[in-house]
Design a protein around this ligand. Structure first.
Ligand code: SF4
Ligand code: SF4
Length: 188
């Protein structure tokens, strides 16, 4: 049993998309941009007229399910299909999902998509069915990232790398005002 979370040294991202490819390969996600458990969001403004465009410093944000402690998707599902597993990961009883899509509407992070192959909603589950099930302690995105900016581990273990880095570095969560208590952290 663990309480898994992830931290991102997000400013190191070079937008190479290796994490997305590794995730699809590891977890058998269909090709196509709309099928994704994780994605990179480009933040930055473009200003000026046609001949004189200026672009703010662009930042790349690693986006995926935020593993909310108080998960709106879990509360919204009318079929009780969404649950939290022993490792603190928000999961889906696939046989109970009827694609009502209430979870997709409830998620403030846009983290879920429709898995048309399996007729369910899907999202990142920290490779629970693949790498973690095989006894590995890393996720596909983490092990693949050339910038080594992803930290994954047990938030309840004070000696874990993620606990140590969260102790040492300032960090923030996305949309904290919503009270969802994400377990994904972005390092300052
Ligand atoms: Fe659910 Fe969305 Fe929170 Fe993930 S980010 S636990 S899908 S509400
Ligand atoms: Fe960014 Fe790492 Fe993903 Fe490349 S693999 S896009 S550096 S998070």
């Amino acid at each position: 049993m663990a309480n898994y979370g992830m931290a991102f040294d997000y400013k190191l991202c070079i937008n190479c998309h290796a994490c997305e490819v590794a995730c699809k390969e590891e977890n058998g996600i269909d090709l196509g941009a709309k099928n994704h458990r994780l994605w990179i969001q480009e933040d930055g403004k473009v200003e000026g007229d046609f001949w004189n465009l200026k672009r703010d410093k662009v930042e790349f944000m690693q986006m995926q399910c935020q593993e909310c402690e108080d998960a709106p998707c879990l509360k919204a599902c009318p079929n009780g299909a969404i649950y939290r597993d022993d490792n603190g990961i928000v999961r889906l009883h696939k046989n109970l999902c009827d694609l009502t899509m209430a979870c997709m509407s409830a998620c403030p992070y846009d983290a879920r998509y429709v898995d048309e192959k399996n007729h369910i909603t899907d999202k990142c589950i920290f490779c629970a069915d693949t790498r973690l099930a095989r006894g590995e302690t890393t996720t596909a995105c983490q092990i693949t990232c050339p910038a080594k900016l992803r930290y994954f581990g047990d938030l309840d273990d004070e000696t874990s790398e993620i606990s140590q880095i969260l102790k040492a570095r300032k960090h923030f969560t996305l949309k904290p005002e919503l009270g969802t208590k994400p377990k994904l952290f972005y390092l300052e």
